[in-house]
Design a protein around this ligand. Sequence first.
Ligand code: ADE
Length: 355
Amino acid sequence: MKEIPKDLENSEEQIEEIIGTVGATEETKKETSFLDLTLRPEKFDEYIGQNSIKENLRILLAAAKGRNNPPEHILFYGPPGLGKTTLAHLIAKETGVQMKVTSGPAIEKVGDLASILTNLTPGDLLFIDEIHRLNKAIEEVLYPAMETGQLDIVIGKGPSARTIQLELAPFTLVAATTRIALISAPLRSRFSGGIFRLEFYTNEEIEQIVRRSAKLLNIETSDDAISEIAKRSRYTPRTANYLLKRCRDYAQIHKRPLDKKTVDEALKLIGIDPLGLTHSDIVILKTIIEKFKGGPVGLGTLAASLSEEEATIEEFNEPYLLQLGFIERTARGRMATDAAYKHIDSPAKDRGTLL
Ligand code: ADE
């Protein structure tokens, strides 16, 4: 391990807090590792969907291996639950290296990043989740580390301040974000291995994922139950696995087979509608339609009127509503489409433009 100035150094416990299962309680750590062992694909061949990304990664990894270099830095972006972390795990497995996991909000000080980087062993994969939440001053320390493997840190303040340079072990940074627009141009340009956008899965891919998960969890189910779960999964594997498990619970408690009828009842109970919309999606659509006459309404105004965070609406609700074609983003704000009116059964005369 390289020397790091005392005032910048974190204790073992502090490092443990920053790297690893960030902020997890023992319970969630257990659940995560249980999930890791059962549902997370172990090989690229087991990973369903995102075919173009897989193809690109295969070439990138094989070429780096052929040159005996660690793969270049990679950025994944896209809505939550599509498998950004899983891809990072697969890259580590495929290249046979150790993966260290941290996240933007967990790295609070330059010293946190310095500890992480100086503790890497040659070839390690460092995964930074939610990299858009990394603070600016820390981001700037990351640039030379990514580019030339050097860590430039300033110690002390005022006239006695001095810069020291530490040579880092060669590493690959894999980062993930749900908010690509918040990543600065200089940071983006340092992902020399590529910037990959994860797409929503097709319905067929989600069915395959549900079938695979049911098998791994020893859940007996029917084809129509699988297709019903898939249909309500927002084209998102994390949601699909979540719904599958909630349906399994319902079937178990009611001592019923996991068939379509059980799925319908279980998902009704947890408030998932036939297209996979949650209560909050419906409230958003109703607010745009009923309160703002179908829009356009700015995101800030919409968020304020729902007492919700703008980022939550933008990250969790909008991607699927846009994918369904239920809302449109215009320069003047969000608008509900005819399909949205139909889905929530609101008469078109509510629409401002038709009045
Ligand atoms: N579980 C979650 N995401 C998956 C994927 N893309 N392929 C296979 N299993 C998964």
